[in-house]
Design a protein around this ligand. Structure first.
Ligand SMILES: Nc1ncnc2c1ncn2[C@@H]1O[C@H](COP(=O)(O)OP(=O)(O)O)[C@@H](O)[C@H]1O
Ligand SMILES: [Mg+2]
Length: 405
């Protein structure tokens, strides 16, 4: 998942949303700029100029919020389209990779992980673009008043951008922990609820409650941990912001008193400063959030990769098979041997035997889910030729080690 993929999906919508976001952000700067001019007009007792600037201020406000919200709608449409595509690609991959997947892991990927990326990456991207535009607008405005104000602001900008980097790693770790804990919780729920009637029959509710409570507790702890890191990040940012605010106001007062900057600036510098630091804080914050999703995005990129199944398309469907000297030795010493037999195309077979004689094992061997220790299974196509069939399980997944391994 990346902003580049999102752009490629629909360049027009992408640019439209970003364009509106940028114009709205610049519009906010215009509102602050006009405040300086309003104050100067008021100081000069020029009512008609004051009213003109006020009208411009009002129309800017109307445009700013309209454009922000329009950008939000277009962006959301684009994101939903993108997520839909990713879910399809994930499904295709799960279908084609011939591996076993725990239901809970797939559910977590398709819901929780994608939601995390939607909030922390895709939404953040839009905010960051707007905020960057705002920063450029404010910087430009400040330099038209007094270059030293811009220099002062840039110094604080550097401090602000550096600060959250200190918390980059812990935030990434905490985000990952929430995902892992959630996956485990879902798996536990799935595992236990599937056998709920057994749990009832053997009165094992204590164990059920205990296991579910334990996993829920871990999820709780992971969420609290993430919140803690989030809050620490906020605190650092706010501290840097307040410090910059006070010092810049001091500098402006000095410039205005010495007649080096327009009088009205004393009224609007607070707004400029607020906009600048707010945007910087936002960029640092949302940027940090975006960086924290890096690993998850790479994971999803791999998980949705198209599987090249050239080999498989050459594989034919088996219609009959035969078994020779087939045997399997399990690690625990259990061994099962099977008699030789053949199943012809279209034949119906009844497989019977006491519990534990190897019926399930045989089916697993035929499907390729288990590998034989000795002997072989041969598969034939419609013409009776020996073939290499497309088996359900080609190789055991590294994530789910087979029970005998
Ligand atoms: N993963 C395994 N590890 C060790 N032993 C196994 C495993 N799976 C099956 N077995 C053993 O193989 C024998 C056949 O089991 P199974 O195929 O499940 O029998 P059935 O389905 O006919 O009841 C049993 O003795 C069982 O204990
Ligand atoms: Mg069985």
């Amino acid at each position: 998942m990346s902003s580049k993929e999102l752009f490629k999906l629909n360049p027009i919508k992408f640019c439209l949303a970003m364009g509106l976001q940028i114009i709205a952000a610049v519009g906010e700067v215009v509102v602050d700029y006009v405040l300086t001019l309003q104050f100067d007009a008021a100081k000069n007792r020029n009512l008609s100029l004051f009213l003109t600037w006020t009208l411009i201020q009002l129309s800017s406000y109307v445009m700013v919020f309209l454009f922000y919200n329009l950008a939000g709608i277009i962006w959301q449409k684009l994101i939903q389209n993108y997520l839909h595509l990713i879910r399809q690609e994930l499904t295709d991959h799960y279908f084609a990779d011939s591996q076993k997947h725990a239901v809970s892991a797939v559910q977590n990927r398709m819901t929780n992980d994608l939601k995390l990326l939607h909030n922390d990456y895709l939404d953040s991207f839009r905010y960051v673009v707007g905020m960057l535009a705002g920063i450029v607008g404010v910087a430009f405005s400040l330099v038209t008043f007094q270059w030293s104000l811009l220099v002062a602001c840039l110094i604080f900008a550097a401090i602000q951008i550096y600060l959250p980097k200190l918390l980059d790693k812990p935030l990434q770790k905490a985000t990952e922990k929430v995902s892992v804990a959630n996956r485990k919780y879902l798996k536990t729920l799935g595992d236990w609820l599937i056998g709920l009637s057994e749990v009832r029959r053997y009165l094992a509710s204590d164990k059920l409650f205990k296991t579910i409570a334990e996993n829920s507790g871990r999820l709780e702890a992971a969420n609290i941990e993430k919140e803690k890191v989030d809050q620490e990040l906020d605190y650092l940012n706010q501290l840097a912001y307040s410090l910059g605010d006070v010092l810049i106001f001091l500098l402006t007062g000095f410039l205005v008193v010495n007649n080096w900057a327009a009088f009205g600036l004393i009224a609007s510098i607070g707004n400029f400063n607020g906009a600048l630091f707010g945007s910087l804080q936002g960029v640092a914050n949302y940027g940090g959030r975006m960086r924290a999703t890096k690993k998850l995005r790479e994971e999803i990129f791999v998980a949705k990769k198209k599987i090249q199944s050239e080999q498989k398309s050459n594989l034919e469907q088996a219609v009959s098979f035969s078994i020779h000297n087939l045997a399997i030795d399990f690690r625990n010493g259990e061994a099962v041997t099977f008699p030789d037999f053949q199943v012809k195309a279209g034949e119906k077979i009844l497989l019977t035997g006491d519990s534990g004689t190897g019926k399930s094992t045989l089916l697993k061997l035929i499907l390729g889910e288990l590998q034989a220790s000795r002997g072989k299974i041969q598969y034939f196509n419609q013409k009776g030729e020996k073939i290499q069939p497309c088996l359900l399980y080609t190789s055991p997944s590294p994530r789910d080690p087979p029970p005998w391994g």
